[in-house]
Design a binder for this molecule. Structure first.
Ligand code: ADP
Ligand code: MG
Length: 655
């Protein structure tokens, strides 16, 4: 209340009244001065040092440079210098380069833009708010020339010494507009914004070498690769780290003349924000809502709302069907047919994810390996055990109870990882003897005579992607073995995914079968939730959930999807109401249906804690292999991790 009162007081204050009277005697209309016009343009084009770097690097790229060196000081506020080996600017054109609306890039057709720049605005804008100098030499020029502009004041062209190419130097950015200077975030933030700009643009120009250095930063060097698919991927790895390509799938699709290429992370390699999503339209880095939304849509049923895929996507299309002249900073685009572009992105990513089949992030396994590395606390008391060779000694010293050297004379813990199995199992069988398995397997056992015919089957299972189930531990983890690895499956996560995929399939084929409840279940809810559910009753019915209004603030549930079995109806209905509230306005219908399926699947899956028989475990593994997308659960977590035998051996110092 107090605050309100003060506000109102301010609005009616005498000083404000005074302002009004000032407005009532306006100045006559007059043309703004050239420097003033440039400063106004600079307000949009040059937001911070990183925007200067972006404009200068774009110019160097437009000039066909193969090497671009960027140096900054004081976060770019004191100095930005960009040197390129491009075409250079002829001496007589230097004054034009810094004049407003002068460009060598745009002929007559604004619909046919093939360069990064086209507005003829960057250099005069920078020159109006900073001290700018350009030194340049063309391939057939005998010498270099230089021009300067400080806060809009142009100096005469004079001869200079330089190699072919152009060096643009910007000092004291915003000295002429102190108000803008106050908005700068500090050296570190501005430096890192500049690095981001370079990285973003460098991904689109793999054949160009970039170096970014300065007293205010650690040097970033991106050696040139080439324009081939591999070259592009190498540049991506330089910028984003080698683990991205290792955890990404390739996208390559065309629809109606629009080409989409690039890489997206597998769902288990996701991030907490969308900063690692790079998008390019005809080689121009863009930040586009439509593209971001399409990526979100494509991953809608693989990632929870608060996780984001890592992506590098290049759209190539006729310049005539995309408008890049939307904003002076040229990072926004408008597509003539947004539906086509969205459909292409969503379709291509979904298909690629499905074709990639089951694949878990290697980072999960890597983390696990790291956690297991000797030197971890549990080994500390073992004294001499920190060397790689003295494991046996270490086990003895630590009094490891389970190890009986008499039973396994060569190596401790030789658990059949080389196909040998436990001592009483023949080599090549690849499995535990039934009696030995009893100690590990919480599920019921086969009878001993059933075993004879199984050797062959076991051999086949070992060749499958997820191998042969060996045991269930902690009532939720299936331990399986392939020929060259150990696989651990989170049975709850895996089953949830399978149920989800089944629900989706059923949904898109026909209505999901439902079962009638003996007594309708009444769920009390906030009125708007009840209303929302009622609005979606028809959709829910397709999923086998029959809901109807039951007076104010309640719904009655008469039928539930059969595949859920007995389920907590109250919780399910509340979760669905939340789900609809969250996603109603943004997602397309199909995505929404899939999300509802995901929520249902979560409720219907085998909870951890359920004991599985060996056949059930193997059946689950086979189902996972056959189901696209089953490498991650509906929340984007991996459903299994695979440890390569080679890595395990390394852990034990055997390699
Ligand atoms: P735009 O890039 O939109 O044309 P700019 O103000 O950025 O506008 O640059 C003006 C002109 O100066 C460009 O059209 C180009 O001819 C020339 N120019 C600027 N930087 C370079 C450079 N590094 N190498 C060669 N020419 C350049
Ligand atoms: Mg430019």
């Amino acid at each position: 209340m107090q605050e309100h009162g003060e506000r109102r007081g301010f609005l009616n204050s005498p000083s404000r009244m005074g302002d009004e009277s000032a407005y009532s005697t306006p100045m006559p209309i007059r043309q703004l001065s050239e420097p003033m016009i440039n400063q106004i343009a600079a307000g949009e084009v040059i937001e911070r040092p990183a925007s200067v770097v972006k404009e200068l690097v774009e110019n160097a790229l437009d000039a066909g440079a193969a090497r671009i060196e960027i140096v900054t000081a004081g976060g770019g506020l004191n100095l930005i210098r960009v040197t390129d080996d491009g075409s250079g600017i002829p001496e007589k054109e230097l004054p034009l380069a810094i004049a407003r609306h002068c460009t060598s890039k745009l002929a007559d057709d604004i619909h046919d833009i093939r360069s990064l720049g086209f507005r003829g605005e960057a250099l005069p804008s920078i020159g109006s708010v900073a001290r700018l100098s350009i030194r340049s030499r063309t391939a057939n020029g005998d010498s270099a020339a230089e021009i300067g502009i400080e806060g809009g004041r142009v100096s005469a062209v004079k001869p200079a010494a330089a190699n072919r190419g152009t060096t643009v130097e910007v000092r004291d950015l915003f000295f002429a507009t102190p108000a803008r200077l106050k908005f700068m975030k500090g050296e570190r933030a501005e430096s890192s914004a500049t690095s981001d700009v370079i990285k973003r643009i460098a991904i689109a120009f793999p054949a160009v070498r970039f170096t970014l250095a300065g007293s205010d930063r650690s040097t970033l060097e991106l050696p040139a690769t080439d324009d081939s698919a591999e070259g592009r991927l190498r540049r991506v790895a330089q910028v984003m780290g080698a683990d991205f390509p290792a955890n990404a799938i390739t996208i390559d699709a065309v629809r109606d003349g629009v080409h989409l290429a690039g890489h997206v992370s597998i769902p288990s390699f996701s991030r907490a924000n969308a900063l690692q999503q790079y998008a390019y339209v005809n080689g121009r880095p863009v930040r586009d809502k439509l593209i971001a939304g399409a990526i979100r849509g494509a991953f809608a049923d693989a990632l929870p709302r608060d996780r984001h895929a890592v992506t590098v996507l290049f759209l190539t299309l006729d310049p005539a069907i995309v408008d890049v002249n939307v904003h002076p900073a040229k990072a926004d685009v408008r597509f003539r047919d947004p539906g086509l572009v969205r459909g292409l992105i969503v379709g291509a990513i979904r298909e690629a994810l499905a074709n990639a089949g089951i694949r878990a992030a290697t980072s999960g396994a890597a983390g696990m390996m790291a956690a297991f590395r000797p030197g971890a606390a549990s080994y500390a008391h073992a004294g001499p055990a920190n060397g790689h060779r003295s494991y046996e000694a270490a086990y003895r010293a630590s009094g490891f109870a389970g190890f009986d050297p008499a039973r396994s004379p060569q190596r401790p813990l030789d658990m059949g990882l080389e196909g040998g199995g436990f001592p009483d199992t023949e080599p090549g069988n690849g499995g535990f003897g039934e009696n030995d398995q009893a100690a590990f397997d919480a599920g019921p056992l086969h009878s001993a005579d059933a075993r004879a015919g199984q050797d062959e089957a076991a051999e086949t299972l070992l060749g499958m992607a997820l191998g042969a189930a060996r045991a269930q531990v902690h009532e939720n983890y299936i331990v399986a073995q392939t020929r060259d690895s150990l696989v651990i499956v989170d049975q709850h996560a895996a089953h949830e995914r399978l149920v989800y995929e089944a629900l989706k399939n059923a949904l898109h084929a026909r209505a999901v079968p439902s079962q009638m409840l003996l007594l309708p279940e009444i769920v009390d809810l906030p009125e708007e939730d009840a209303e929302r559910l009622a609005l979606h009753a028809e959709t829910l019915a397709r999923f086998g959930l029959a809901v109807e209004r039951f007076g104010p603030g309640a719904v009655a549930v008469r039928e539930t999807p059969s595949m859920l079995g007995e389920t907590n109806v109250q919780q399910l209905v509340r979760d669905l109401a939340d789900e609809i509230a969250d996603n109603d306005t943004v997602d397309t219908l199909k995505e929404r249906l899939d999300r509802i399926a995901a929520t249902m699947a979560c409720h219907g899956s085998v909870r951890s804690g359920r004991l599985l028989k060996p056949e059930e475990m193997n059946a689950l593994l086979r189902q996972m292999e056959a189901t696209p997308g089953s490498g991650t659960c509906n929340h984007g977590r991996p459903t299994y991790i695979e440890l390569k035998l080679a890595d395990i051996e390394r852990l034990f110092g055997r390699r």
